[in-house]
Design a binder for this molecule. Structure first.
Ligand code: FAD
Length: 466
């Protein structure tokens, strides 16, 4: 018998499960189909497990520096297996939590793989049979997977992806990480911190290429200072696998060379999951970027929406997927809403972290703004000094004529939390005065944001005058 629903959602990652919860909250009968585990890439193999390993690296780093704070401990060692055990426990807890939320909200979760039979009908292949789901509104939230690139040897035994890296039975002595986007950088930071020799190879001229250039420079400095070798404008041309190591051939500004490492991590990018969904049956032709959608997340086929990593609009981030889910559900249930990507924060969970929102300086200039910038170093922030964690800065980009805040970019401890203030400032179209007149608590890292805002007009206060 066909299951009838108001909304069917394919995929229970942060896009799909948040959409399901909101739809149920609005009174809809919701079916969510998931072929692997609820929580998607984010909870099972992405955001959450990597952050537990970032935390392990951070604590190891702090323990190593403990004497500086007057705390005397022995020399710390990292128990990689124990850190992995904790990671698995955290993931299980989060996945169970999402399962419980869905079930308490009354969402019917079907464990199976969905394919379109018609724009309002899904065939679901279950482990032990088949089911059909009819719904007038269907949301595709199938996410993405690691991109494949034709590098000889990339499919060899010493190459892992993010999941392979998290599950490595032991830490290698050295690793070459291909790709210096957020994922590559986070792993570079984890591994370098816990004593693995890291070589980071990026094809583009700078690491964190999608962020403001100040973030690329800040992270290059901090990773470099920790001993990470960073090769930019450099391509990996091949990998030859040996018994205990492999030779990675690279070609860059200084010519060709070979790097011998224990392992290689491929963090080259992500491809949308558009295969085996029967998209052609419902008239959808995805591109390499994914399924085209409008600002309400509607695809070209009436009644069918696409959100998250599989949608061709917006950055591939969990919070974007979730927000798109809420917008799609609102639209599907007759309360039209639109996506606005002006104030989407991006974070990189390195040590120190990075966070950016709004326009980069280059983007602001390209958009025709008369750009003014203010930078405030954490070396002048009392809380950062007290915590012994002063590597970093806040950079604010504003429009000279209107004084509107256009972008905020941060490197430093807790940058991923601090960036929220910049996000709110941009979402609310705040001016420099409005942020400056907001009282910031003392002593906090957040004071660096108000100082950077003041610095835009040359009136930061906690800066030694020359
Ligand atoms: P997914 O999370 O990919 O979920 C899609 C789900 O759909 C999957 O569970 C899949 O099994 C299911 N599915 C696919 N096809 C079918 C089908 N035919 N039938 C049924 N089910 C199907 N983002 C951040 O914002 N912050 C971070 O810190 C961060 N860290 C990351 C670290 C790593 C290592 C990686 C790989 C990614 C990270 N991301 C991060 C990105 C983030 O994980 C994704 O943007 C997010 O998971 C996308 O959510 P989604 O709901 O679109 O898809």
């Amino acid at each position: 018998m066909t299951i009838q629903a108001d909304i069917a959602i394919i995929g229970a990652g942060p896009g799909g499960y948040m959409a399901a919860l909101r739809a149920a909250q609005l009174g809809a009968k919701v079916v969510c189909i998931e072929k692997a585990r609820v929580g998607g890439v984010c909870l099972n193999e992405g955001c959450i497990p990597t952050k537990t390993m970032v935390r392990a690296a951070e604590i190891y780093d702090l323990a190593r520096q403990a004497a500086k704070y007057g705390v005397l401990t022995g020399t710390p060692t990292l128990d990689w297996a124990k850190a992995q055990q904790r990671m698995n426990t955290v993931v299980e807890q989060q996945v169970r939590g999402v399962g419980m939320l869905l079930s308490r909200a009354g969402v019917q979760v079907l464990e199976g793989e969905a394919t379109f039979a018609r724009p309002d009908l899904l065939a679901v292949r279950l482990e032990d049979g088949q089911e059909t789901v009819q719904a007038d509104r269907i949301i595709i939230a199938t996410g993405s997977r690691n991109a494949q690139v034709p590098i000889p040897g990339l499919d060899g035994p010493r190459v892992v992806d993010h999941l392979g890296a998290l599950r490595m039975p032991a830490l290698p002595e050295s690793i070459c990480i291909i790709g210096a986007g957020a994922i590559g950088l986070e792993f570079a930071s984890i591994f370098q911190t816990v004593g693995v020799e890291v070589t980071l190879v990026e094809m583009l001229p700078r690491i964190a290429p999608l962020m403001d250039v100040s973030i690329s420079e800040g992270l290059e400095w901090s990773l470099g200072r920790r001993g990470c070798e960073i090769l930019t404008s450099t391509r990996v041309t091949g990998i030859v696998h040996g018994a205990d190591s492999c030779a990675v051939s690279v070609s860059g500004p200084d010519g060709d060379r070979t790097i011998d490492v224990g392992m290689v991590l491929s963090a080259i990018g992500r491809s949308p999951n558009v295969e085996n969904l029967g998209l052609e049956t419902v008239g959808l032709r995805p591109t390499r970027r994914g399924i085209a959608v409008d600002q309400r997340l509607r695809t070209a086929t009436p009644g069918v929406y696409a959100i998250g990593d599989v949608a061709a609009e917006g950055p591939m981030l969990a919070h974007v997927a979730s927000h798109q889910g809420l917008v799609a559900v609102a639209d599907a249930l007759g309360h039209p809403a639109t996506m606005d990507y002006t104030a989407v924060p991006s974070c990189i969970f390195t040590l120190p972290e990075a966070g950016g929102v709004g326009l980069s300086e280059d983007e602001a200039r390209a958009a025709g703004h008369q750009v003014a910038t203010g930078i405030f170093s954490l070396a002048n922030n009392g809380k950062a000094v007290a915590y012994g964690d002063t590597d970093g800065f806040v950079k604010v980009i504003a429009d000279k004529e209107s004084d509107a805040v256009l972008g905020v970019h941060i490197v430093g401890p807790h940058a991923s939390d601090l960036i929220l203030e910049g996000t709110l400032a941009i979402a609310l179209e705040s001016t420099l005065d409005e942020v400056e007149q907001t009282i910031h608590p003392h002593p906090t890292l957040g004071e660096a944001i108000s100082e950077a805002v003041m610095a835009v007009r040359g009136r930061a206060l906690n800066v030694p005058q020359s």
